[in-house]
Design a protein around this ligand. Structure first.
Ligand code: ATP
Ligand code: MG
Length: 136
């Protein structure tokens, strides 16, 4: 079993598709081991995405992630990190495969509905950033 960290981003929550995304997560066979709705401050979003701090889109990305509530989750499954990124699809919804969450619910590369950790080390950091051990 593996655990990964996932977010239903502010654009998807605002659009009212949180329930549909949760249903797709459960239908795909993930176990939800932790979940909370939060509204990140700008500083909290900057801390979360610090690996991208030198990128030109960092300001816009952290404005977006702090623009409204989002849903943070711990997902468990065999090979959960890859399995969740496959279900999300490509970063840019225009390039995402049919049937993926970003294809179905994302609007653009900066409003792409969901987040997922990209490696075991980032999953550990990201889960620890949002959840205390006893919550999982
Ligand atoms: P995420 O980390 O959100 O799951 P990802 O791992 O597919 O997405 P990253 O390269 O980590 O993609 O980029 C983080 C986020 O930054 C993306 O989800 C996207 O919203 C935004 N982003 C990435 N590249 C660009 C870009 N060229 N222009 C605008 N926004 C971008
Ligand atoms: Mg990423």
């Amino acid at each position: 079993m593996e655990r990964t960290f996932a977010i239903i981003k502010p654009d998807a929550v605002k659009k009212g598709v949180t329930g549909q995304i949760l249903a797709r997560i459960e239908a795909a066979g993930f176990r939800l081991c932790g979940m909370r709705m939060i509204h990140m401050s700008k500083a909290e979003a900057e801390g979360f995405y610090y690996v991208h701090k030198a990128r030109p889109f960092f300001g816009g990305l952290t404005d977006f992630m702090s623009s409204g509530p989002c849903v943070v989750m711990c997902l468990e499954a065999p090979d959960a990190i890859k399995k969740w990124r496959d279900l999300m699809g490509a970063t840019d919804p225009a390039k995402a495969e049919p049937g993926t969450l970003r294809k179905d619910f994302g609007a653009s590369i900066d409003n792409n509905a969901t987040h997922g950790s990209d490696a075991p080390e980032t999953a550990a950091f990201e889960l620890g950033y949002f959840f205390r051990g006893m919550e999982l």
